[in-house]
Ligand binder design. Structure first.
Ligand code: HEM
Length: 158
């Protein structure tokens, strides 16, 4: 049981540092960066801050996934994937896979280069697009967190 409780602690610390960071970037940093006068400065400031957050996001995403799968292994809860009332488990897993893809594959291989190319041509629209992307990712993450807390404490909704 201690192993399970420890995994849960790691899981939630991971979620807090990861999605909390996404929230900070979305609701505070990007809006503040958009108000900077120089467009070049907007892009370079975003690059610097998001670049630093990328490491935190990678480590916490890994810890969240590992602890999540450990909890499923510990409780032998794999059959939950076949039950629609555990939609929040599907949401956690799909959200996690998407973030893993972005952070470990797409960002280093494609997205970073694409961002720099587009930002050179049209910094304002590029930052606006990146902001919208963060808003959607944050909204989906918050729905997932709400559903997971409610669901894992017995409020299943369906
Ligand atoms: C591979 C990905 C993941 C797996 C396998 C996983 C698995 C789990 C499991 C097994 C539980 C315990 C459920 C229960 O007690 O009945 C849990 C709880 C939870 N997970 Fe995940 N999870 C994953 C990713 C995520 C992500 C991406 C988020 C946030 C965006 C998240 C947020 C939560 C929350 C908030 C709880 C509820 C904790 C509580 O109320 O005590 N998980 N997860």
């Amino acid at each position: 049981m201690e192993g399970y409780a420890f995994a849960r602690v790691v899981h939630i610390l991971g979620v807090v540092l990861w999605i909390g960071g996404v929230a900070m970037v979305t609701t505070v940093l990007i809006p503040a960066i958009k108000r900077l006068k120089s467009e070049e400065e907007q892009v370079s400031t975003f690059e610097m801050i998001e670049g630093r957050f990328a490491l935190q996001a990678r480590v916490t995403t890994l810890l969240t996934g590992l602890s999540g799968f450990y909890m499923l292994y510990y409780t032998d809860g794999w059959s939950r994937y076949t039950d629609v009332s555990f939609w929040w488990l599907h949401a956690m897993t799909i959200g996690w896979v998407m973030f893993m893809l972005i952070l470990f594959v797409l960002e280093p291989l494609v997205l970073h280069r694409l961002f720099m190319e587009r930002a050179k041509k049209d910094p304002v629209r590029t930052l606006a697009f990146v902001h919208r992307f963060h808003v959607v990712a944050l909204a989906l993450s918050l729905v997932t967190i709400a559903g997971s807390v409610a669901g894992s404490h017995g409020w299943l909704w369906v």
